[in-house]
Design a protein around this ligand. Structure first.
Ligand code: HPA
Length: 272
């Protein structure tokens, strides 16, 4: 595994001019951030040794290197979901490669169903913590001490400092944000009303099918993490309505400009 990670990182280094400071996983609702990256260089996943290939509609599958404001960034256009059939090592392989490239900070976005009754469709939720309900753990199996600890601490999975800065930005820009706990499930079904109720009762504010595996591996690697969800539908008791992929996409589109503004400014203020 270490050899594969290093080989992939070496390949990427051979194709780029500067090592990025921040990696961004562009989930549903943040795709247009690509338009703001300057002096872009694309590397299709199909060119990258050991990289899985993305299959989901609306995800193109490229690493994008360039400048976002004053920072060098690497963006993942298209991520690997567990429900697509990848195993957890594949889902999280790009995170290992980011760390091997020397990247210390990861930004993540996703679409999620809101379970907190105060949430509205189109809200942006800063993820403060998560509950991992995936059936397979990305760190199961042999631990490579050079990659991280056998029993990693998860007491601050999401950087409090980055959350605070994002809150300040949202306030200055008058953008409504909410904070909450993200429940990560395997999908691909959306939840039944009973499942939404259950996830809310155990402490979840929103539920989705990604992010948790990547965040676990980023933390195992010692990277700092900032993550946001766009609330694209509501699984609130008494008002659970039919959910479709199209509606999720539509709500995410609508939240995109606000989400992008927060992310852009957060990248700008980032110093390390
Ligand atoms: N559940 C799970 N994943 C999701 C949802 C949801 O309601 N909305 C967007 N992704």
């Amino acid at each position: 595994m270490i050899e594969q990670i290093n080989r992939t990182a070496e390949y990427i280094k051979s194709r780029i001019s500067d090592i990025p400071q921040i990696a961004i996983i562009l989930g549903t609702g943040l795709g247009a951030l690509v338009d703001h990256i300057e002096d872009k260089q694309f590397i299709p996943y199909t060119d990258i040794p050991n990289f899985p290939v993305s299959t989901v509609e609306g995800h193109s599958g490229n690493l994008i290197f360039g400048n976002l404001g004053s920072k060098r960034v690497m963006a993942m256009q298209g991520r690997f979901h567990y429900y697509e059939g990848y195993d957890m090592k594949q889902v999280t392989f790009p995170i290992r490669v980011m760390k091997a490239l020397g990247i210390q900070t990861l930004f993540v976005s996703n679409a999620a169903g809101g379970m907190n009754p105060t949430f509205k469709i189109g809200d942006i939720m800063l993820i403060t913590d998560h509950i991992n309900l995936f059936p397979e753990h990305p760190l199961r199996g042999k631990n490579y001490n050079e990659l991280g600890d056998r029993f990693p601490d998860m007491s601050e999975a999401y950087s409090r400092e980055l959350i605070k800065t994002a809150q300040d930005i949202a306030e200055e820009k008058n953008i409504r944000i909410v904070l909450g706990v993200y429940v990560g499930t395997q999908g691909p079904t959306f939840e039944t009303p009973a499942e939404y109720r259950y996830f809310h009762r155990i402490g979840g504010d929103a539920v989705g099918m990604s992010t948790v595996p990547e965040v676990i591996v980023a933390r195992h690697s010692g990277m700092s993490v900032f993550a946001v969800s766009v609330i694209t539908d509501l699984g609130v008791e008494g008002i659970v309505e039919k959910v479709s992929h199209e509606e999720v996409q539509k709500a995410a589109q609508q939240a995109q400009p606000r989400m992008m503004e927060i992310m852009r400014e957060l990248v700008n203020r980032f110093n390390s």
